[in-house]
Ligand binder design. Structure first.
Ligand code: GZL
Length: 322
């Protein structure tokens, strides 16, 4: 259902304590698709790149975007989705900050006949009728790739390899799945032991704080597995402040592949980065157009991504898009 500009003026900005919201696009005339997008927050370099991709792609596609930043709070995402329903947007898309607790509000969207698209992170609901498509990475595979690198890198080790793990946001799909995928692979090698694992909430500040605690509690850390680059970059500060050499005294495995992580690899501070592609905007807008026009879309679309080791970083860095 398309809305006139007058409807949007009447609806005004979004309600419900949403931290940051606004429109982009040319104002929502009666023949344009209006997309309500609820974003997790602005917690990491990955998220910043993801937001830019969505906003730029909406403009490019001529889609009116109502964007809300939830500051990593599920209640803000639920409020934003309810606001989108009230405003009768054509499509709702969001990246669920955590996996559970979405059925009620998604049933409200379904009852209002507003199709929903999941991007980036998944929900754990069995009811797949609550969304049209989930577009995002395979986080379990990302965890497996991290584990496979460590199995190979440690194959000649004669002693136990002590691993500490910085988990992402508690309850989020990437944190749960990256932990599972890594554990699944390393369980086959008894030398590889996780001696501490705690959430750093995907931020640099928390990643540094938790790594400081790990360093206080353990004198013999060999490897850090960080669920995202921002926590790894925070941990690097803690490792250096402890008088140790990141990438040498403590090897670092990270996920995402933001520019600062590639720069850290060039400096020898991070040993391997498992890519997690945030540039979902173009694919999302294609899906939104199809869904708004009642066309079938695949229930699951997995994004393509690779693994970059330190020796590849310098060559890859100039071509990185985020
Ligand atoms: C993964 C995404 C995660 C990134 C983090 O797709 O949800 O959230 O790995 C970001 O950097 O905070």
């Amino acid at each position: 259902m398309r809305k006139t500009l007058a409807t949007f003026m009447a609806a005004g900005l979004m309600v419900g304590g949403v931290a940051a919201c606004g429109d982009s696009g040319s104002g929502g005339g009666d023949d344009k698709i209006t997309l309500g997008f609820s974003q997790v927050g602005a917690e990491s370099g990955w998220r910043t790149a993801n937001t830019k991709s969505i906003q730029d792609s909406a403009k490019e596609a001529g889609i009116t975007l109502k964007f809300s930043d939830a500051q990593q709070k599920q209640e803000n995402q639920i409020k934003a989705i309810r606001s989108f329903i009230q405003q009768k947007v054509d499509v709702i898309a969001f990246s669920p900050v955590v996996e559970s607790g979405w059925e009620t509000v998604l049933k409200e969207a379904k009852d209002a006949k507003i199709p929903v698209v999941l991007t980036d992170r998944a929900i754990d609901s069995e009811d797949t009728s609550l969304y049209e498509t989930f577009l995002g990475s395979d986080f379990v595979e990302e965890g497996r790739n991290a584990g496979k690198w460590l199995i190979e890198d440690s194959k000649d080790a004669t002693e136990t390899v002590n691993i500490v793990e910085l988990q992402g946001t508690a309850g989020s799909a990437p944190a749960i799945d990256r932990q599972d995928g890594f554990a699944e692979v390393i369980k086959d090698d008894p030398k590889l032991q996780i001696i501490a694992s705690q959430t750093g909430d995907f931020t640099r500040a928390k990643g540094k704080e938790v790594m400081q605690a790990f360093l206080k509690a353990h004198q013999d850390i060999d490897v850090l597995y960080a669920h995202n680059d921002d926590m790894a970059l925070g941990a690097i500060q803690a490792i250096e402040e402890a008088g140790l050499k990141p990438g040498t005294d403590i090897k670092i495995i990270s996920v995402d592949g933001v520019e600062d992580a590639f720069k850290a690899m060039v400096k020898g501070q991070i040993n391997v980065v498992v890519e997690c592609n945030p540039l979902l905007g173009p694919q999302l807008m294609d899906i939104v157009k199809k869904v708004a026009n009642g066309e079938e879309t695949p229930k699951r679309i997995v994004t393509e991504e690779g693994v970059f080791t330190q020796d590849q970083a310098a060559e890859a860095l100039p071509n990185r898009e985020y």
